[in-house]
Design a protein around this ligand. Sequence first.
Ligand code: CUA
Length: 229
Amino acid sequence: MCVSLLLMQQDSASPLMEQLIFFHHHALLILVMITVLVGYLMFMLFFNNYINRFLLHGQLIEMIWTILPAIILLFIALPSLRLLYLLDEINEPSVTLKSIGHQWYWSYEYSDFNNVEFDSYMIPTNELETDGFRLLDVDNRIILPMNSQIRILVTAADVIHSWTIPALGMKVDGTPGRLNQTNFFMNRPGLFYGQCSEICGANHSFMPIVIDSVPLNYFIKWISTNVNS
Ligand code: CUA
């Protein structure tokens, strides 16, 4: 948590993002240890004038400095692989949201419910309220229940877009003609902001994503007022 604050990282809103942050800190720690060690060695080399005229090779030290980095890499590779498979896991989702990237807005479909679909455009700066987030708020937010497994299906209608929400550890490309799937779980209520992160044209920067994470009964109330019979 202290490292997150130092690096000005956002708090996680899902278990997957929490794991991603842990992994980042783990890799960063190894990186710092290597940098300090190599930095110290290089620094000290400038301030000694010992020369060994007969030193051509050292079997033992060469063995050590070949195998040691390989072992260090394993300590990064194995947790990384664990996370990779964890991110791809689908855990019996209770709601499915389909998000479609367009130039330059997102549209959403709640395929479990009858005809609940809408477009989600960025609010232009001149129409923003005083407490609004510039370039980050949208006219129609995604409403989803907290403490539930949610499946996201991502695709695109024109060019490649990317549905990215940092607080949830979500980053899925929307590709025309393909349907990508992921899964997330929001462990607290709140507004979670994201942006498209695949260079998709002139207004790439202006197709933000906003998820309104609400308790389950609020979600049921919202969806039942929007379902067409
Ligand atoms: Cu859509 Cu960048």
